[in-house]
Design a binder for this molecule. Structure first.
Ligand code: ZN
Length: 403
């Protein structure tokens, strides 16, 4: 029996007074999801976060959802992002994510996104293939002001280095420091600092940035790097669970997570990961590839962004759109379909929050819950499950339904 796991990023929320004291999910008209909950099993998920994170993050939560242990298997944000934008990450490389930001002449950060610069292709090309002390720097444009950065060398590199991005404006950029007392970490930090200085020299004099300044726009004159990581020998999803797996996602991070656990990426034209994403095409792709694959991970992003903007109405509306388009997936036979979230995103707080998220699994058994919502699913027969237990639960149910 095949399994489809649909992850609606940031689905859970708190009561919103403007929505008659309902959550966006409760306020949304979701007849298809409610019917699916009525016929299947429901519960809530205790989403993964480590105490030092303070609240859940999409990257580690997704590892937990896919049955991995984030405390063991998390590689750092860089590797997932660069893999997700199609860079060829190799053993020994150090991968980082980067922003084109704006700094002043004293290297004080004026804007971490350089006025949300997006046409960065020329800037990227000007930095491409730099080599410092035997370390090659590969850069690739990502969405908007973002980019991926790979350091590659015959010499030993280490991802145990701090972020160059201070994560705030009005302060100086960070010097990258080694986070452990190893030659590799010291060398990596030193070479990376040299590269960032050189990149700044190139970027601040770049004609593209000169043109931006003439248009009263901030120049993208500094690479703010963070999330260094390296590949490790993570067991592939197929080896771990014995399932041939595919990933359908629009956002780079989610593609990267899928790719680095060994899933095949299914490209869906129009799946931008943004509110304009083609949901119909996405769900159609899921129904089409199920069968060729025993496990399909489908990631739906925009609900999270809308909540982070405080747009609870947009979140409610997008949930309704999901409900209108997901039916073909819910109707699949011989397929166990599960729908949940990686974490809650509280519209009022405009950030991720620790509240549990609902889960529904289509099954031959059913419980008394007849609505897909945070509160209704608390009464479900799955009770509260830990995020990293979900895969085992799905495998068990798929086996029972098979027999
Ligand atoms: Zn998320």
């Amino acid at each position: 029996m095949n399994i489809i796991l649909v992850v609606i990023d940031g689905l859970g929320d708190r009561l919103v007074s403007e929505l008659q004291n309902q959550t966006p999910l409760e306020a949304a008209a979701t007849p298809n999801l409610d019917e699916f909950a009525e016929k299947g099993l429901t519960g809530t998920v205790d989403t993964f976060y480590s105490p030092e994170q303070g609240y859940p993050r999409s990257d580690t939560a997704h590892l937990a959802l896919l049955g991995y242990d984030p405390e063991q298997d998390y590689l750092g944000r860089g590797p997932y992002e660069v893999a997700g934008i199609g860079m060829d990450l190799q053993q020994g490389d150090v991968a980082l994510r980067a922003n084109f930001g704006t700094v002043d002449e004293n290297l004080m950060v004026k804007d971490r996104r350089a006025d949300r610069i997006s046409e960065t292709q020329e800037l990227v090309e000007s930095l491409q293939g730099q080599e410092i002390k035997g370390v090659k720097f590969l850069v690739k444009k990502a969405y908007g002001h973002r980019a991926g950065l790979i350091m590659r060398s015959e010499k030993k590199l280490s991802a145990e280095v701090t972020n160059g991005d201070p994560h705030q404006t009005g302060v100086e950029v960070n010097r990258v420091e080694p986070e452990e007392d190893s030659e590799a970490a010291m060398f990596t930090a030193q070479v990376l600092n040299e590269f960032l200085e050189k990149a700044h020299e190139i970027l601040k004099n770049h004609s593209f940035n000169e043109k931006r300044k003439e248009q009263d726009k901030l120049p993208g004159n500094y690479l703010l790097v963070r999330g260094a990581g390296q590949l490790e020998n993570t067991e592939s999803f197929t080896d771990k669970f014995g399932l041939k797996a595919a990933c359908i996602a629009g956002g780079a991070l989610y593609k990267g997570v899928g790719k680095l656990v060994g899933m095949d990426l299914i490209n869906v034209p129009g799946d931008t990961g943004l509110p304009d994403t083609d949901l119909e095409a996405k769900f159609e792709a899921a129904t089409r590839v199920t069968g060729d694959y025993e496990f399909v991970f489908v990631h739906v992003k925009p609900v999270d962004n809308l909540a982070e903007d405080g747009n609870f109405r947009g979140k409610k509306d997008f949930i309704e759109k999901i409900d209108r388009t997901i039916k073909p997936v819910l109707d699949l036979s011989d397929t166990l379909v599960a729908i949940t979230a990686d974490h809650s995103t509280c519209s009022a707080l405009k950030r991720h929050c620790v509240d549990p998220v609902p889960i529904v699994i289509g099954d031959s058994e059913q419980d008394s819950v007849d609505e897909f919502s945070e509160e209704a699913c608390e009464k479900g027969s799955l009770a509260e499950i830990k995020q990293k237990e979900i895969m085992n639960k799905l495998l068990k149910l798929a086996k029972v339904n098979q027999n």
